[in-house]
Design a protein around this ligand. Sequence first.
Ligand SMILES: C[S@@+](CC[C@H](N)C(=O)[O-])C[C@H]1O[C@@H](n2cnc3c(N)ncnc32)[C@H](O)[C@@H]1O
Length: 250
Amino acid sequence: MYRCERAKYQTNLVGYYRGSAVIARQWWDRYHRAFPEYVDLMPKLDPMPEPHMYQAYGIYLLENQHRLIRGLKRLYTPSVHGTKAWRSSFLLMDYLDHYPARRGSRIMEIGCGWGPAAVYCAKQLDAKVTGVDMDKDVFPFLEVLAALNGVEVTPLKRTFQQLKGRELGAAKLIIGSDICFWNNLVTPLFNLIGRAFQSGSRRVVIADPGRPTFYELCDRCANRFNVTLTGWYAVEPNRTSGEILEIRPK
Ligand SMILES: C[S@@+](CC[C@H](N)C(=O)[O-])C[C@H]1O[C@@H](n2cnc3c(N)ncnc32)[C@H](O)[C@@H]1O
């Protein structure tokens, strides 16, 4: 958490003094002197073990040009946009850095794609994570990311409509990033959230770049559940912004 706060502080500081690295450095040094206890929590620049790897929120990720991804793409062709780690997944990681689940809890990522947020939860929250997607061709990518980070994520092939109450209710927290991008996804997601709460889930968190269909889901949830919609930004691997919808039962 501190690391994240500090990264944001650094971004703002450098942005403010754009074009004046010397002045920024002086401020940075002053900050160190003022808060010496935080110095060890600085965002460290770790060299990547291989080309086309990168890091965000403590997990390793792979770019499309990485040899493993290129190999997998010759064999598997995700067909519903599960083709990379989408930017909203970094919003979700940052949000969960600030509002984490209890360590070791059960978490389900719906529409997981390559599952960057699922891997984050397994690694950083020590969670038992299930990654759900309707497209079986995303799972080899999920498996590679999980293995790269030394964690396991259980794959489950289901559409949002197919997920049963008992499958959903086993997870106290359900997460999703960039999963409400078509009109015909709004109702299945709204119904899924209802089934999840009826079956014992306590919290649903969905990150989105801010698509109209996502806001429609927010409106529908606001009529039936306790919701907060918060503008959010992430700073790793690059600065990105969007929305976080947090939903709890009434
Ligand atoms: C834009 S990608 C986002 C992937 C991942 N959450 C991320 O942020 O990197 C959307 C994912 O949702 C999945 N998806 C779309 N509609 C779905 C449905 N009705 N049921 C289950 N998964 C679905 C797709 O297969 C795809 O992997």
